[in-house]
Design a protein around this ligand. Structure first.
Ligand SMILES: CC(C)(COP(=O)(O)OP(=O)(O)OC[C@H]1O[C@@H](n2cnc3c(N)ncnc32)[C@H](O)[C@@H]1OP(=O)(O)O)[C@@H](O)C(=O)NCCC(=O)NCCS
Length: 177
């Protein structure tokens, strides 16, 4: 166990020693539920995209922190698709699970579904992939536990995230040249 000052210098956090044991995606998966309030809506009376992005970032950060048991920062968000709008008063489920890990980075897949609370009808509304980096007391990247996908869905997500990460690196390199 160790402690450190938070980045604003006002609080301290306790960071667990990272024994780098292998973990499954299920061990850190998160489901958050919200309700769309009038203040969350845009001029069309449906949810503001930035509100969904904020919930995605929070749910994904919780999954990443549960995986590595350390503070994390958001490094990258990719492939965010807004598939269908969500009406005011609807319930929202935000599911996040770690899909892939590098040395210090973790790619978290997030799926957002809406639910009409009166009929129970559910719709897929948004999906995104968020990359977090675990940091030490000085804000430097620190190693995270390996990921062991077990189910067929977990294995598919692992391979897809690996390919997405690889193609991002290849494109970045190509654009630099
Ligand atoms: C994320 C951050 C810690 C990375 O630090 P860095 O010194 O550039 O780290 P490195 O280049 O050594 O990369 C460390 C890891 O992060 C990954 N990474 C860094 N930037 C990335 C990006 N934009 N997209 C995807 N992965 C990224 C690297 O691929 C590497 O992964 P690996 O260890 O699994 O191989 C640093 O850029 C940072 O603090 N950014 C600001 C974060 C922030 O303020 N977020 C918003 C609020 S939480």
């Amino acid at each position: 166990m160790c402690s450190a000052k938070a980045l604003d210098g006002t609080t301290t956090f306790i960071a667990m020693e990272n024994n780098l044991k292998t973990k499954t995606p299920a061990e850190s998966a998160v489901e958050m539920r919200e309700m769309v309030m009038p203040t969350d809506t845009n001029k069309h009376g449906t949810i503001f995209g930035g509100k969904i992005m904020s919930w995605i970032d929070i749910a994904a950060a919780m999954a990443a922190e549960r995986h590595c048991n350390n503070p994390v920062v958001t490094a990258h968000i990719s492939d965010i698709d807004f598939i269908s709008p969500i009406n005011v008063g609807y319930h929202v489920s935000i599911k996040a699970s770690v899909n892939y890990v590098g040395t210090s980075s973790m790619i978290v897949g997030v799926r957002v579904d809406s639910e009409n609370p009166y009929t129970g009808d559910k719709k897929k509304t948004t999906k995104a992939y968020v990359t977090f980096v675990a940091i030490d007391e000085a804000g430097r990247p620190r190693e995270v536990p390996r990921l062991k996908p077990e189910s067929s869905d977990e294995k598919r997500r692992f391979e897809n995230a690996k390919a997405r990460s690889h193609s991002k690196k290849t494109l970045s390199q190509k654009l630099k040249n």
